[in-house]
Write a protein of this length. Structure first.
Length: 142
């Protein structure tokens, strides 16, 4: 009789339902693939400068969008304005002339990853002093 009671108790216990995780795995893979496809396309970022008083625009920018105002900060922290080497003081004068010539243009800043952040900050301050409202930061120039 003891055996019978044990087998009855096992038969009376409800079985736990099996959880199907296949849809969850499918969703995770779709999101992962989306990040893999989109990540290489995100080469530029737009930031709003401190002096900008208008509503910020978060419109995606393509690398093909070129600007007549290009600033390159080299690995040795030298600054090129439209492919001509300039000092920081000369850069401010060039930016003011460029702002007068191209009032609606956004400057593009190509900053080498080995260059100092202080150089980037100086260039950004010069852009703000020249009354630029936005600048395109090129993260991975080719």
């Amino acid at each position: 009789m003891g055996r019978r009671n044990g087998s009855q108790k096992a038969a009376e216990l409800p079985q736990e339902p099996a959880i199907n995780i296949t849809p969850l795995v499918d969703v995770v893979f779709v999101i992962l693939i989306a990040f893999i496809v989109i990540a290489p396309l995100l080469e530029m970022d737009r930031i709003e400068l401190a002096s900008g008083g208008q509503v910020p625009s978060h419109i995606p920018v393509r690398f093909e969008d070129s600007s007549p105002i290009q600033i390159h900060v080299q690995q040795d922290n030298s600054i090129l304005f439209n492919h001509n080497q300039v000092t920081l003081a000369e850069l401010m004068a060039c930016l003011r002339r460029a702002k007068a010539s191209y009032p609606d243009a956004r400057a593009q800043l190509f900053h080498h990853k080995q260059a100092y952040f202080g150089t980037y900050q100086s260039v950004k301050n010069a852009l703000e002093a020249a009354e630029f409202k936005e600048v395109d930061i090129v993260l991975s120039p080719s």
